[in-house]
Design a binder for this molecule. Sequence first.
Ligand SMILES: Nc1ncnc2c1ncn2[C@@H]1O[C@H](COP(=O)(O)OP(=O)(O)OP(=O)(O)O)[C@@H](O)[C@H]1O
Ligand SMILES: O=C(O)c1ccc[n+]([C@@H]2O[C@H](COP(=O)([O-])O)[C@@H](O)[C@H]2O)c1
Length: 197
Amino acid sequence: MRVGIMGGTFDPIHHGHLVAASEVADRFELDEVVFVPTGQPWQKSDVAVSPAEDRYLMTVIATASNPRFTVSRVDIDRGGPTYTVDTLRDLRRAYGTEADLFFITGADALDKILSWKDAGDLFELAHFIGVTRPGFDLNAEHLPASTVSLVQVPAMAISSTDCRRRVEAGMPVWYLVPDGVVQYIAKRGLYRKVGNN
Ligand SMILES: Nc1ncnc2c1ncn2[C@@H]1O[C@H](COP(=O)(O)OP(=O)(O)OP(=O)(O)O)[C@@H](O)[C@H]1O
Ligand SMILES: O=C(O)c1ccc[n+]([C@@H]2O[C@H](COP(=O)([O-])O)[C@@H](O)[C@H]2O)c1
């Protein structure tokens, strides 16, 4: 079985994430792509992050219509700061030794991978796939060539930060995120300034 893993804070999940996963699934003939919302993203400790359950539910809503997309709670349920080395060990246990694991990252995340916990172990646990992202150079010169692939995906100039800012400013996020996620954000009053609900 060939399993893609798309980790992210998903605050909120947007069409950049979904297009990247879909494109890699097609190119690498993946049977499944598991979206893994982070528990505590320790490299984002300077930004306020929405509750894990909200990010998890938005990820479920966004992926529900694709039979190959699933969502895992491993990083949320483990508690504490999220490290990909733990994600990969947990998913290896869940999917067994026969599964081929492919960890999908955007160009910005790929650039920072050597700052991740136990970075030297990561490349033995999964094959890494770096995807293009507008505004960032896709480069893997700092990483072991045999375990990293680079893939060009349709350019989606969307970020969660921009989606949050738009909601805060009362601007639309229709078509940047799936319709159900627009509705969930409104229902829960996410990203609005306190006292602005
Ligand atoms: N538009 C995009 N195109 C390609 N990859 C993306 C895009 N947006 C995010 N990614 C990748 O998806 C993964 C999860 O990203 P994350 O949930 O942090 O979203 P983000 O938009 O970067 O969020 P934020 O703006 O809050 O930092 C990362 O590997 C990131 O590089
Ligand atoms: O392992 C680490 O130390 C580590 C540090 C930063 C980010 N990551 C992972 O990279 C993925 C994208 O993270 P982020 O913060 O850009 O949403 C997500 O799966 C994170 O758990 C992992």
